[in-house]
Ligand binder design. Structure first.
Ligand SMILES: [Zn+2]
Ligand SMILES: [Zn+2]
Length: 282
């Protein structure tokens, strides 16, 4: 099982970081977990074009986690017109988002169908939406995926995914504060991927901003895991690798490993932090 951080950025644009998105390769399947800004460019960089993606797993419907889903849908369609429908798994609300997204793409679909005979032969964009609730599970070609409640309120529902194959487990949390269901999802995982922020840095930035911008920045502290909390969750649940991503505020490329230290105060296992395309194989 291989986990690649396609995008390690957050909502704020960054010249060097794509938005939140992680690739999980297991059992010959490629799972795209969230589809933030630039994820298709990063897929190309790691040799997995959108045509190879059959399943997208959305943790939640915040814009930074879904804003390039349209690029995945369109690019996959025009580069693999005979493929199976793209399965888009996500929390309740995903169907509404995808229907609106397909409406946005309808003219482009018409143009391409009018122009390309091979696309007309196989038809338009094919998408299969699966809305999941905590406790749901699905099997994709022998790879088991279970959905777990996370806590990113007031954003709700939000889902973390536990992906299991051949005795290996990857737990992908998305944006969440620590909670019992997150613990359950991470239990004994080989890899636990957590979106994180640095509370010390966010507070320091907040101090430099005028109101109301400072208040809006500080709001983010109450619904994300800090690096310390990610370390505590990893330790409590006996995970092997803690992988940090979605750095807020984004550190300069090459300095990400400095983020390991606050987590290592709580967690003795391996901690991974790095730029886009950092990967872990277990
Ligand atoms: Zn979020
Ligand atoms: Zn986010």
């Amino acid at each position: 099982m291989k986990i690649t951080l396609l995008g390690t950025g957050g909502p704020l644009p960054d010249a060097h970081r794509a938005g939140p998105s992680t690739l999980v390769e297991a059992g010959g399947q490629q799972f795209l977990v969230d589809s933030g800004r630039g994820c298709v460019m990063r897929l190309a960089a790691c040799g997995v074009p959108p045509a190879f993606i059959n399943t997208v797993l959305l943790t939640h419907l915040h814009s930074d986690h879904i804003c390039d889903l349209n690029d995945v849908v369109t690019t996959r369609w025009i580069t693999s017109p005979a493929s199976e429908p793209l399965r888009i798994v996500g929390p309740v609300g995903t169907r509404r988002v995808v229907e609106a997204l397909l409406a946005m793409l309808a003219l482009d679909e018409e143009y391409r169908l009018a122009h390309h005979a091979d696309l007309r032969t196989v038809g338009g964009m094919k998408v299969d939406v699966v809305e999941v609730n905590p406790g749901d599970a699905l099997s994709v070609a022998g790879v088991n995926v279970s959905a777990h409640r996370t806590d990113h309120r007031p954003v709700a529902p939000t889902i973390g995914y536990r992906i299991e194959h051949d005795g290996k487990v990857a737990a992908l949390a998305g944006d969440t504060v620590p909670c019992a269901e997150l613990d359950q999802m991470c239990s004994d995982a080989d890899v636990y991927v957590q979106t994180v922020l640095r509370e010390d840095m966010v507070r320091a930035l907040g101090d430099m901003l005028p109101a109301p911008a400072s208040g809006r920045l500080l709001d983010i502290l109450d619904y994300h895991s800090t690096v310390e909390q990610a370390g505590q969750t990893a330790a409590r649940n006996n995970v092997k690798h803690l992988v940090l991503t979605h750095y807020v505020p984004a550190p300069p490329v090459g300095t990400e490993t400095e983020w390991c230290q606050p987590a290592s105060a709580f967690f003795n296992g391996e901690i991974v932090a790095g730029p886009d395309l950092t990967s872990v194989t277990v």
